[in-house]
Design a protein around this ligand. Structure first.
Ligand code: 5GP
Length: 135
């Protein structure tokens, strides 16, 4: 009998509410809708911990976004609430996406806006991955 497929991060979450978001997480954001397939995105890669897709308004030749599957409002929330395994797997995924896009060797920039002064537009933790040209 096949075993049930579990999200491995369900087992290691520090805060179980991360799966549904903590009290600060506002589901009225566009990345939540992309996660729930309510609006489309040009998907690059997906695994248990993250979803990668192209930014709708690219700032550079290659501009990808990598977002967590679990619900974190921003980098601070992710750093405080995700398990060490989830943090590692997320950043390994970012690295893998860079490789998939062919920019590992040429180099790239990672960026995460956190909070009002950064201009963070979407309140779901994400990394920008920029490259494909001299930055
Ligand atoms: P932030 O300012 O929150 O760090 O960046 C949010 C990013 O999400 C922006 O670069 C913006 O262009 C991108 N974005 C906003 N809405 C959408 C959307 O509906 N689809 C995609 N693929 N990207 C979006």
């Amino acid at each position: 009998m096949p075993s049930a497929i579990l999200n491995p991060y369900e087992k290691v979450l520090y805060k179980s509410e991360s799966l549904e978001g903590n009290s600060m997480y506002n589901k009225e954001n566009v990345f939540y809708k992309i996660l729930k397939s309510e609006i489309p995105a040009k998907i690059i890669y997906e695994n248990d911990v993250a979803l990668a897709f192209y930014d709708i308004r690219p700032l550079k030749k290659i501009h990808a976004l990598i977002i967590t599957k679990n619900l974190y409002s921003n980098f601070d929330d992710f750093a405080a609430s995700a398990s060490p395994q989830e943090v590692k797997d997320f950043f390994m995924t970012v690295s893998k996406v860079a490789e998939m896009l062919g920019i590992s060797q040429t180099g790239y920039r990672l960026l995460s806006n956190n909070g009002p002064n950064s201009g963070q537009e979407v309140e779901h933790f994400h990394m920008h991955l920029l490259g494909g040209e001299k930055l």
